[in-house]
Design a protein. Structure first.
Length: 500
């Protein structure tokens, strides 16, 4: 018999659909403000892409590798749960390997600039000017968040020159304006898989804020896995009287007179609420949970035009070999060449030619038995294969293991376990469309005003997570969760919600 849990109450001030990091952030902040809150999660644990899982004595993060920026620790502190997580510094932020070129990117802006300037001395001026552009964008974006509306940016262009100048710019376009060495561009742009698009297509604005959050504000791994982060936010929900209902599904979001009136759970329980925050796939929210007929036609058509991001294929492995002996740190990207457009197309065809290797046991040995290391091999991959994933999984796992073996001789023979996960696996656990990693693609046209706001046309329906503004990544979804809570509470700025 299937277990159907029930909510404690029949009426809440707010219901949050999904317990990804964005939804948990909103829920915890609303609960802290005195609202009665229910989080409904279909999985047996909170976290979404931040959840962790065990295979014997090995504890793997499902998708999150590291975090950066100031918004997350600030939010945890505001919720009174900062001590629930121990943060281990990641340095270097990343390393990149091409045939004939390897470079590590140190933490700290000055060290980062110096490392790349030493490797590409003729590009020192361009490297520094590019990173200064990133700082300007980061600073303007932080000021813009305090306005409460991106429309205010366009109304006061003198205050936000960089945001307006680069609002439609790709990373490649801006790099071309500052740098001439193709290898320097490739080494600086190597983190593009964190945003799911190559430099020729990814938003420079989003890349700039991501890079500065890692390089200048700090890069961290959560000791004990990122499940600890999710549990800290859930602790913030419960500590302020909220409730997290696991192994339960929202079947429908109900409306009356154009406004949210409640939700119906899979077990048939009806819950009355004037506010629903969807941390779920946005198109599923609109088309399946609410019904497109309740939204303006222009909003619905706009959603249909937006492109969902790419997914990933991951091999979760445990090895007796220490990758540090081969120069691998916490996060290393291995590319066959510097043609990132070709690398992206290889991924879309389901024939990946590159991978990243994440080894969290270099920072946290408790994740695996003594003498073993966890190695997560990740590549982006198109989500619509010609054959079923079950038929492709073994071949793709072998492909990534072979590429890793070329970089880490003896790796395959040292394996204690290796388990592949397809986009279908990611979709099964998160219900994201085709296992989309970043919600909608992070193109220049799909960030900022081109991305759905946290406030929807249906009164009382709000959004949190990577389908809404600002976009994907842990810092992005926390920012979305803060923004949703602020708008629900009617506060003028993030500072008013989180404190100075």
């Amino acid at each position: 018999m299937r277990f159907h849990p029930e909510a404690v109450r029949e009426v809440y001030d707010a219901v949050v659909v999904g317990s990804g990091i964005g939804g948990l952030t909103t829920a915890a902040l609303l609960a802290r403000a005195g609202r009665s809150v229910l989080v409904v999660e279909r999985h047996d644990r909170v976290g979404g892409y931040a959840h962790a899982f065990r295979r014997g004595r090995h504890l793997f993060d499902s998708a999150v590798h590291q975090v950066g920026g100031e918004i997350l620790p600030r939010t945890l502190a505001a919720l009174g749960v900062a001590d629930a997580c121990t943060w281990l510094p990641v340095d270097p932020v990343y390393a990149v390997r091409f045939p004939g070129l390897c470079i590590a990117a140190p933490a700290g802006l000055e060290g980062f600039q110096q490392a790349f300037a030493e490797r590409f001395p003729k590009e020192e001026k361009g490297i520094r000017s590019l990173l200064q552009e990133c700082r300007d964008i980061r600073d303007e974006a932080q000021r813009a968040e305090q306005l409460g509306s991106l429309f205010d940016v366009t109304r006061t262009p003198g205050r936000f020159p960089s945001l307006l100048r680069y609002r439609r710019a790709s990373l490649a376009r801006v790099m071309d304006a500052h740098l001439s060495d193709a290898w320097a561009k490739a080494a600086l742009g190597a983190l593009w898989p964190y945003l799911g698009l190559p430099p020729s297509r990814v938003s420079f604005l989003y890349w700039a804020t991501m890079m500065l959050s890692y390089v200048e504000e700090g890069t961290w791994y959560c000791q004990g896995s990122f499940q600890r982060l999710a549990e800290a936010l859930a602790k913030g929900v419960r500590a302020h009287g909220g409730e997290c209902l696991l192994r339960s599904v929202v079947r429908r979001i109900e409306t009356e007179a154009g406004a949210v009136s409640g939700v119906v759970l899979e077990n048939g329980q009806e819950i009355r609420t004037p506010v629903v925050v969807s941390n779920a796939d946005l198109r599923q929210t609109v088309f399946d949970l609410v019904g497109a007929e309740h939204f303006p036609a222009a909003y619905v058509e706009g959603l249909r035009r937006l492109r969902a991001s790419i997914s990933a294929f991951v091999v979760y492995a445990a090895s007796r070999l220490d990758p540090a002996a081969h120069g691998f740190g916490h996060e290393t990207f291995c590319y066959a060449d510097r043609d990132f457009d070709a690398a992206y197309q290889d991924a879309m065809r389901g024939e990946p030619s590159w991978f990243s290797a994440t080894i969290p046991t270099h920072l946290d040995a408790s994740l695996a038995p003594p003498g073993e290391h966890l190695v997560m091999l990740t590549t982006l991959i198109g989500a619509r294969p010609a054959r079923p994933w079950a038929q492709l999984k073994t071949g793709l796992s072998e492909r990534l293991l072979e590429m890793a073996e070329a970089q880490l001789p003896g790796f395959v023979a040292s394996l204690e376990l290796a388990e592949g996960a397809t986009p279908r696996s990611l979709e099964r656990y998160t219900r994201n469309e085709n296992g989309a990693l970043y919600g909608f693609e992070l193109t220049p046209a799909q960030v900022g005003l081109g991305r759905p706001d946290q406030v929807t046309p249906v009164a009382g329906l709000y959004l949190a997570g990577h389908w809404t503004r600002p976009g994907g990544g842990v810092a992005g979804v926390v920012t979305s969760g803060v923004g949703a809570a602020r708008k629900i509470l009617g506060l003028p700025s993030d500072d008013a919600l989180l404190g100075d």
